[in-house]
Write a protein of this length. Structure first.
Length: 78
């Protein structure tokens, strides 16, 4: 069964995404496997949304990124 990054949901079975941490991809951690600050992840997801949704405004992209992250175990606030 595939494991997914608990911060951004990419599949960890893909060699491109596997990093030093067990539960996070390499883009969500530093070189020691520590989770990046929330603002860094938010910026990355915002860029990713803008890359495949042409015409989206920066404000819309950020709002969607924040919504997306609320579904992630690493960032869900309960
Ligand atoms: Zn990730």
């Amino acid at each position: 069964m595939d494991k997914f990054c608990e911060s951004c949901a990419v599949p960890l079975s893909a060699p491109d995404f596997k990093g030093p941490a067990e539960q996070y991809c390499k883009y969500c951690t530093d070189e020691k496997g520590n989770l990046q600050p929330q603002e860094v992840i938010l910026g990355g997801i915002t860029q990713w949304l803008k890359s495949w949704q042409p015409g989206i405004t920066p404000e819309q992209a950020k709002a969607r990124a924040e919504h997306y992250m609320q579904a992630m175990p690493a960032w869900a606030n309960d």
